[in-house]
Design a protein around this ligand. Structure first.
Ligand SMILES: [Mg+2]
Length: 184
């Protein structure tokens, strides 16, 4: 059975949407996450990376209250019948539990969650070690390094990754398109 690596934040879960909603509430702002071209949305609220880490740790349960997109479970169930699905995330270990809980709560057919912090070269090295044939990702830098490692990447189209191009990277609109490409 072929193996697919799947990023977690903004690939499975719309975490930026959730982050912006919670930050808008805290700071009484009205930023529209869909228009944000910066990868690190919290910088729009003048957060340093350290501020963001504290915010994320303190608000994990509210941040994970977001539901999956309506067709995600059906799509993953269909893909899961043909492929082994593993979440491969750059999250630090302390934020893995909330990701695992979200996956379990929504009954998604993910067989394992792997944290890339144990791999010196990050996601690309991890994906190669796990012998995934395809990787689904939203972040340009990760997509490029995974593609450079010889793995085909489906890059979910986002305002912050539009410049990302590579022979092994296929830009996709959504999970429906990913399913169409993988199940043909
Ligand atoms: Mg991501």
């Amino acid at each position: 059975m072929n193996h697919i690596g799947i990023d977690f934040d903004d690939t499975l879960v719309d975490m930026r949407k959730s982050i912006v909603e919670v930050l808008n509430k805290i700071h009484d702002k009205n930023i529209n996450y869909e228009e944000v071209t910066e990868y690190g949305v919290s910088s729009l609220y003048n957060y340093s990376f350290k501020d963001f880490q504290t915010f994320f740790t303190d608000n994990q349960s509210e941040l994970h209250a977001i539901k999956p997109n309506s067709l995600l479970k059906t799509t993953l169930d269909e893909l899961g019948a043909e492929y082994k699905l593993t979440v491969i995330t750059g999250r630090p270990n302390e934020w893995i539990h909330s990701a695992a809980q979200w996956i379990t709560k929504h009954d998604l057919p993910i067989l394992d969650i792997v944290c890339v912090s144990n791999y010196k070269k990050g996601k690309a090295e991890c994906a190669a070690a796990l012998k995934v044939s395809h990787f689904i990702e939203d972040r340009a830098n990760d997509a490029l390094s995974i593609a450079d490692a010889g793995i085909n990447v489906f890059l979910l189209d986002k305002p912050y990754n539009r410049d990302c191009r590579h022979a092994r990277i296929t830009r996709v609109r959504d999970w429906d398109e990913i399913k169409a490409l993988l199940m043909r």
